[in-house]
Design a protein around this ligand. Structure first.
Ligand SMILES: [Zn+2]
Length: 311
């Protein structure tokens, strides 16, 4: 659970019936005299108007005649990152690149770049199955094209982060990356993602892991720049699912070399601009590999976290 994005309690407020007529009378008198604001049923009826329960009915199975009235607490957030009534602001950004997962003990952060993409629907089902969450670095262009997938990920509690708008490397931009260029890329992507999730975007991963001017641009937008420490190299997979390709991804993604806090890089789809023969957009092998990657880290005592420290 993140101290930043506390999902809060979903325990509803129950209005219990008074135990006896004497207490009931006192309660009514208090209401009439003070006009206090008790929790009311959703239909706006008076708080509780039915007579108190008898001893006999107190032991009876509840019926429609003797319900307790349940209303949701007005301020209770939903259990997802998207439902907070008051979006939290990002914490103070780290001064350097983050390359290790947060949290005490052994922690691992699974991260997926370049999405949203079709494989995310499979990823989120697998993450749900294991009861864990991951961080998704999205490009603004892909988010604009597939907003439903961003909403899906956010509604399942995944952390949504920035991966620039157009995923151009420094050599693909006239004059290279500049502070103004990166600010524009990050700011536009943040606006797109925040509009979809209702959450501030607090982490950014530069395309290709290039560092030029990133630490000058990100903190000014209150974002922490994050890289990775374990590379699945799943962008090298062929355009079909094979045992060899899946095994390679599992082996690469679990090559943590004794790290206590690895950040694992995988991909949702492809956002770079190379031809398919050089960089594959196929992710079927990553989908098949993911449960094995999760089970490896779990069996080696790691706790899964998102980059904001949430479990
Ligand atoms: Zn990328």
């Amino acid at each position: 659970m993140s101290p930043l994005f506390s999902r809060g309690t979903m325990e509803p407020v129950r209005i219990r019936r008074p135990a006896g007529l004497g207490l009931w009378g006192i309660l009514l008198a208090v209401i009439l005299l003070s006009g206090c604001a008790l929790q009311r049923p959703a239909d706006g009826a008076a708080p509780v108007t039915s007579p108190p329960a008898t001893i006999a009915s107190a032991h009876a199975r509840p019926t429609s005649a003797t319900p307790s009235t349940t209303v949701p607490a007005p301020s209770a957030p939903t259990p997802t990152r998207t439902g907070s009534a008051t979006p939290a602001a990002c914490p103070k950004p780290a001064s350097g690149f983050v390359t290790h997962a947060p949290g005490k003990g052994k922690t691992v952060a699974l991260t997926f770049d370049d999405g949203p993409g079709p494989a995310d629907r499979d990823y989120v089902g697998i993450l749900d199955h294991y009861g864990i969450h991951a961080t998704f670095f999205e490009t603004g262009a892909h988010a604009k094209a597939s907003p439903d997938i961003v909403r899906l990920l956010a509604s399942h509690g995944e952390l949504i982060a920035d991966h620039s708008w157009s995923h151009d490397y420094p050599t693909q931009v006239r004059g290279g990356w500049s502070l103004a260029y990166l600010r524009d890329q990050f700011r536009r992507t943040n606006a797109e993602l925040a509009a979809l999730t209702g959450r501030p975007v607090c982490f950014v991963r530069p395309p290709g892991g290039f560092r030029t001017d990133v630490l000058a641009a990100a903190p000014g937008l209150r974002m922490t720049a994050a890289l990775w420490s374990v590379d699945s190299e799943d962008w090298k997979q062929p355009p079909r699912t094979t045992a060899a390709a899946t095994n390679r991804i599992v082996a690469n993604a679990t090559a943590a070399d004794g790290q206590a806090h690895p950040i694992v890089l995988m991909h949702s789809t492809k956002a770079s601009h190379e031809p398919e023969s050089l960089v594959s957009s196929y992710r079927g092998n990553t989908v098949v590999a993911l449960p094995r990657v999760i089970e490896w880290y779990r069996s080696h005592g790691y706790r899964f976290v998102t980059l904001d420290g949430a479990a």
